[in-house]
Design a binder for this molecule. Structure first.
Ligand code: XMP
Ligand code: MG
Length: 179
């Protein structure tokens, strides 16, 4: 897999240090609030697994799978719920975990949906933030790293479902997706 990567953007060590820092901040923020932590499948799974081990207060977990119409590399803004929550968000403090915010369309849809379902609060933590890609005004409450406007893979992020299991985040060589 490594031979497909042009550059390691964020190392495994940097990620592990960051999840500790984010976990600490979330522990303080959600102490005694029993938040519902929602991972957005599938990209947030490695981040979710590592981050929650660093949150030192009670949390409840749930998962959602959404797909945006369009291809893998460009989000269209139209979001379809592929797997909904098992839990009611009404009156709950909700924390959404994402792998990356690019256009912001997926998350702004989700935040609106959970507010409509009467969550008490809805906050967003993303491992990666790509502000240059933004099409709607969405600012994460916490972000691990700001990344440039390039297609990145690893640590949950895929190209054609591959590379999610890399322990770091890297930039794919263009020849990999240009064929
Ligand atoms: P939006 O544009 O709605 O998109 O904020 C969020 C989703 O788009 C995917 N995405 C990427 N996936 N490398 C990826 O592997 C990237 O650089 C990238 N940029 C956006 C991703 O599925 C994310 O959840
Ligand atoms: Mg994807």
């Amino acid at each position: 897999m490594r031979e497909d990567i042009k550059e390691v953007l964020i190392s495994e060590e940097q990620i592990q240090e960051k999840v500790k820092e984010l976990g600490k901040a979330l522990t303080e923020e959600y102490d005694d609030k029993f938040p519902l932590v929602i991972g957005v499948l599938k990209g947030s799974l490695p981040f979710m697994a590592d981050l929650i081990k660093n949150i030192d207060t009670h949390i409840e977990l749930d998962l959602m799978d959404v797909s945006s119409y369009g291809n893998d590399m460009v989000s269209s803004g139209e979001v379809k719920i592929v797997k909904d929550l098992n839990t009611s968000v009404e009156g709950r403090d909700v924390l959404i975990l994402e792998d990356i915010i690019d256009s912001g369309l997926t998350l702004s849809y989700l935040v609106n949906l959970l507010q409509y379902r009467k969550a008490k609060s809805v906050k967003v933590v993303t491992l990666l933030d790509k502000p240059e890609g933004r099409k709607v005004d969405l600012v994460p409450d916490l972000a691990g790293f700001v990344v440039p406007d390039e297609f990145v893979v690893g640590y949950g992020l895929d190209y054609a479902e591959k590379y999610r299991n890399l322990p770091y985040v890297g930039i794919l060589k263009p020849e990999v997706y240009q064929g």
